[in-house]
Design a protein around this ligand. Structure first.
Ligand code: BTN
Length: 314
């Protein structure tokens, strides 16, 4: 309901009467007043005058009420250790697919391969609980799907040349703007859940970034609306989940790829492979042709782009 009140107030420059809000939303004027009080507690500046209510300022927070159609599915926290931990607890307790855990900042953000994921205010950090009916062997496609959704959202909203890097990063100009971490609980033949964690350097100023990273703010020279970006991304993710097993996903990943047709070095658990990244297969594995012409199929590992177009490594 808070989300719907915000929608009505945002549509109007003028004061909106309690009666008008009550009629539009099908609730009493007293209920409207109570929801407005709750919005004020959340940090919204709402003027109350004889003419009704007027929204003056919204807090820069990714609150559930900012996503009216998804409000019930979102758990929002100002600070967390990691959204992955909360997601795991919720998923184990049977939280439905589509549950989203958002944190404004994380004190123990996790990256792939046990790395730390710095999570200052201004970024976007969330975990989406998925329960896909696919064989666990195809689970790496979830990473590809998430990277495609992020890159397309950045391209569509900001016309930025976002590219995907195998297995699950998004780059702009060869620098990392988004990291993706998927944690799975599965049996041999079925997935119980996949928690898909996405971290985006959104409004992170350039001086806070390491050399190999970038942010949307750094690329655009201005802050973005994290709310609009996340809304668009969640819509894109919803659409691509439907196409998880569709060949179109692989086609789109290849089209957006910064990895294919490059020289790469892959550090996997049991081997290091250097060669040309020539393709990905239906399971999301990277096919790398080494100097002897052998083709290695790599399912997971750390990927370094050698001889990037501009000459640097990413
Ligand atoms: C990587 O590039 O290594 C993956 C980074 C994933 C970061 C996100 S932020 C939201 C979620 N919570 C975490 O602790 N990690 C993921």
């Amino acid at each position: 309901m808070k989300g719907q009140i915000l929608q009505v107030l945002r549509r109007s420059e003028e004061y909106v009467s309690g009666e008008c809000l009550a009629r539009q939303l099908g609730i009493s004027r007293v209920a409207v007043w109570k929801h407005v009080q709750r919005l004020k507690q959340d940090g919204y500046k709402i003027e109350i005058a004889p003419g009704g209510y007027r929204l003056v300022q919204s807090p820069d927070l990714l609150l559930p009420c900012e996503f009216p159609e998804l409000e019930q599915r979102i758990r929002h926290f100002l600070e967390l250790g990691s959204t992955m931990d909360v997601a795991r607890e919720l998923a184990k307790k049977g939280a439905p697919a589509g549950t989203i855990i958002i944190a404004e900042t994380q004190t123990k953000g996790r990256g792939r391969l046990g790395r730390e994921w710095l999570s200052p205010r201004g970024g976007i950090y969330f975990t989406l609980i998925l329960r896909p009916c696919i064989s666990p062997a195809y689970a790496p496609r979830i990473n590809l799907m998430a990277a495609v959704a992020v890159a397309l959202t950045m391209r569509e909203l900001f016309l930025l040349h976002a590219e995907v890097k195998w297995p699950n990063d998004v780059l702009i100009g060869g620098k990392k703007v988004c990291g993706i971490l998927a944690e799975m609980d599965a049996e041999l033949d079925r997935i119980n859940y996949v928690n898909l964690g996405i971290g985006i350097n959104a409004n992170v100023p350039p001086q806070q970034l390491v050399e190999t990273a970038t942010s949307l703010q750094a690329e655009l020279g201005r802050e973005i609306s994290r709310r609009d970006f996340l809304r668009a991304l969640l819509t894109e993710l919803e659409a691509w989940q439907e196409r998880l097993m569709d060949s179109m996903l692989l086609q789109e990943w290849k089209r957006l790829s910064a990895t294919l047709q490059r020289q790469v070095k892959i550090v996997a658990a049991d081997q290091v492979v250097e060669g040309d990244a020539i393709d990905i297969d239906a399971y999301g594995a990277l096919l790398v042709r080494n100097r002897s012409g052998e083709i290695n199929r790599i399912l997971a590992g750390d990927c370094v782009h050698l001889r990037e177009r501009g000459g640097d490594k990413t």
